[in-house]
Design a protein around this ligand. Structure first.
Ligand SMILES: [Fe+2]
Ligand SMILES: [Fe+2]
Length: 398
């Protein structure tokens, strides 16, 4: 910006040269490495038959891994549990990325009101276009897989909008969903109207993707370490190239929420309050951990109908009674899998705390992750046992 004119403006992104350079470098590198065309090619080339008998993730990233179901499953069933994890995991990522595309846009609208923020907005445009390619390939593979194996949807869903619950298996009800919708509407207006809220959204995005980064790094390594990468199943390649795009996204979240934020005026008390509400929402969304799927904060009881359906499907061929007994063994008793999921969540809590530690406007409840820390394995078991009884009563009536 022209120096004379500069006096007429409050702030500019160029006030923080270091932050600007970081954003610029991240944008340039992401553009150079952009995997969008590759993702589209992988989606077009995917044929379930080519990789129907292969693992798509490291073994520990299988549905209900480390539970009695996994222990007694034969090798063919284990392959399906492994592929189900892929479809479930990326179905959640699709939902998160639909929300990301939307809030990238509303936040960019807020940030574009400040001098020299074009580079940040261009970064967000590139990321949104990449997310669309990610969603497309996740959807194609997961839907083809479910159609071929189950003949119906299990974890996938038709295209949805950004105002629905981001966690697809959350503890919710009609009133809560409506409240969430109202909150999202309000946040949309606020983020497009306040540069601070727009910028702070990236602290929320950073926290929300931090856990994804921890898990997706492990998923990507399955391809990276494959001695025969050329013939590796397409879902492995997707995990790998997705992680490479996401590393840039995570980086931009961090720079925008930690450094670019310093180029802005001090937030008002109201802006601080809104910012902390956003982080509290993330804590609530990440309150539960799932025995069925390590690394996603799904609410197990919301998954019971799906698990029951899988157990009754030809893949496992269980009777009603066998399926119930198996669900009790998996969800109402401690297992290696349950503890592994609890441990992943603990790692997430520790990394969130570290991520937010240096941000001045963040209050103690968020800095300490106090809401998330209230849950425990004992609490998880009590809820699962209680809700499992209710679920069994419901299917009896139905
Ligand atoms: Fe993505
Ligand atoms: Fe992303």
């Amino acid at each position: 910006m022209n120096r004379v004119l500069a006096q007429r403006h409050d702030r500019s992104l160029l006030d923080d040269r270091k932050g600007y350079r970081k954003i610029e470098l991240n944008y340039r590198k992401n553009k150079e490495q952009d995997n969008t065309a590759m993702m589209d090619r992988l989606a077009a080339e995917f044929r379930y038959d080519d990789c129907r008998d292969r693992y798509w993730n490291p073994e520990m990233f299988s549905l209900l891994y480390g539970t009695p179901l996994w222990e007694q499953a034969d090798s063919g069933q284990r392959v399906k549990l492994n592929q189900l994890y892929w479809a479930a995991y990326y179905s959640q990522i699709i939902s998160a990325e639909i929300a990301t595309i939307f809030f990238n846009q509303t936040s960019a609208a807020g940030l574009y009101t400040i001098e020299d923020f074009r580079i940040v907005c261009d970064t967000l445009d590139l990321e949104s276009a990449q997310e669309r390619a990610h969603i497309n390939v996740f959807k194609k593979i997961s839907e083809d897989f479910e159609e071929a194996v189950f003949g119906e949807r299990i974890f996938t869903y038709p295209m949805r909008g950004p105002y629905t619950e981001t966690m697809i298996y959350a503890k919710t009800n009609m009133a809560k969903s409506l409240w969430r919708k109202l909150q999202l509407n309000a946040y949309t207006l606020l983020s497009s109207n306040s540069a601070f809220i727009g910028c702070q959204y990236f602290a929320v995005r950073g926290v929300r993707t931090l856990n994804g980064k921890l898990i997706q790094h492990q998923l990507s390594q399955f391809y990276f370490k494959d001695p025969d990468q050329e013939h590796a199943p397409i879902p492995l390649k997707v995990s790998y190239y997705h992680f490479r795009d996401e590393s840039f996204h995570f980086n931009s979240s961090t720079v925008i929420s930690h450094e670019v934020l310093n180029s802005l005026k001090e937030p008002t008390p109201f802006e601080k309050w809104v910012a902390n509400q956003g982080l509290r929402g993330s804590q609530s969304d990440h309150y539960h951990f799932s025995t069925a799927i390590n690394g996603l904060f799904w609410y197990d009881p919301a998954l019971y109908p799906k698990i029951y359906k899988i157990l009754r499907s030809p893949v496992f061929g269980m009777s009603d009674n066998e399926a119930r007994l198996m669900m009790v063994a998996c969800f109402a008793e401690e297992s290696e899998g349950m503890h592994a999921s609890a441990k992943s969540r603990q790692i997430a809590i520790d990394s969130y705390r570290e991520y937010l530690a240096g941000l001045k406007y963040v209050d103690q409840t968020n800095k300490e992750m106090a809401i998330m820390r209230r849950n425990s394995v004992a609490q998880h078991l009590t809820t699962n046992r209680h809700e499992l009884r209710r679920f069994f009563r419901r299917i009896e009536i139905a």
